[in-house]
Ligand binder design. Structure first.
Ligand code: NAD
Length: 241
């Protein structure tokens, strides 16, 4: 049964809380979502910029695109919703955060992120020499691996890629063990990430959705809080000043 909006939740009443965040959490910072008005795939064809085939065909074009995104994201500051989540986590260690976002905004707000399901704009990887962080600026410090000279691929789960197995397993464990699951700004259509809401529900968690509007996954949630994340998060999880 659905309960009315504007409900408030006391984190102290839960053993393990998973905030499961999507592109909508970053929208108020100025990072475009994938879907809906202003979504980036209405503007760019992912087959040219965000899949392994594109990278193999034209790595320079793909890396140029990701540098543009990195430069844009650096201009986008964390907002009140990020800051509130950071305060919640500092006050309640049972607050865990799993994200589908690749922009690093949660970390910039001081939040410890348990799993980046779709990777990060701020890491690169070499198929032989592993991961490298590159946090500083829009342009990558290096585009080729200093050890073997091969192109460094953004460590992002692109279209047609599989989610990293270890990150998926860690998320599964957290979600199956939580007693409060809060999705924030996700359309719930990107698989396998979308399956975590069902897992949380099947595991008996109380289900809360924060979003501007209903979507295909909304029926899984007992509480559907409608409005921008930057407003709804502080209202639904109040903290003493
Ligand atoms: P999505 O674009 O499919 O859906 C965004 C959802 O957020 C929609 O349901 C929309 O109604 C909601 N929303 C928009 N503004 C909101 C706001 N201010 N407050 C609350 N909700 C709001 O995004 P998704 O579900 O995360 O899945 C898409 C994939 O896109 C993910 O794999 C992610 O890796 C990738 N992505 C990431 C970023 C990023 O890192 N910021 C940006 C775009 C896409």
């Amino acid at each position: 049964m659905t309960e009315p909006d504007l409900k408030q939740f006391d984190p102290a009443g839960y053993r393990s809380i998973v905030f499961f965040t999507g592109a909508g959490l970053s929208a108020e910072s100025g990072v475009p979502t994938y879907r809906g008005h202003g979504g980036i795939w209405a503007q760019y064809n992912y087959e040219d910029y965000a899949c392994q085939r594109a990278f193999e065909r034209d790595p320079v074009r793909v890396l140029d695109f990701h540098e543009v995104r990195r430069t844009h994201v650096l201009k986008c500051p964390p907002h009140a919703g990020h800051r509130h989540l950071a305060r919640l986590q500092a006050a309640f260690p049972q607050v865990r955060v799993v994200t589908q976002n690749i922009d690093g905004l949660l970390q910039r707000a001081g939040i410890a992120v348990d799993a980046e399901l779709h990777g990060s704009l701020w890491r690169q990887r070499c198929s032989r020499h592993g991961l490298r962080e590159d946090l500083e600026a829009g342009p990558y410090r290096q585009r080729q691996c200093p050890d073997c000279g091969s192109w460094l691929r953004p460590d992002i789960t692109w279209f047609e890629d599989a989610v990293d197995g270890a990150v998926f397993a860690r998320t599964q464990q957290l979600v199956a063990g939580c007693d409060l699951f809060v999705s924030v700004g996700t359309s719930g259509v990107v698989w396998p990430a979308a399956g975590f809401a069902q897992l949380a529900r099947d595991s008996g968690a109380r289900m809360v959705e924060i979003n501007l509007e209903n979507n295909e996954a909304s029926a899984l949630y007992r509480h559907r809080l409608r409005g921008p994340a930057g407003v709804v998060l502080p209202a639904a999880f109040p903290l003493a000043d």
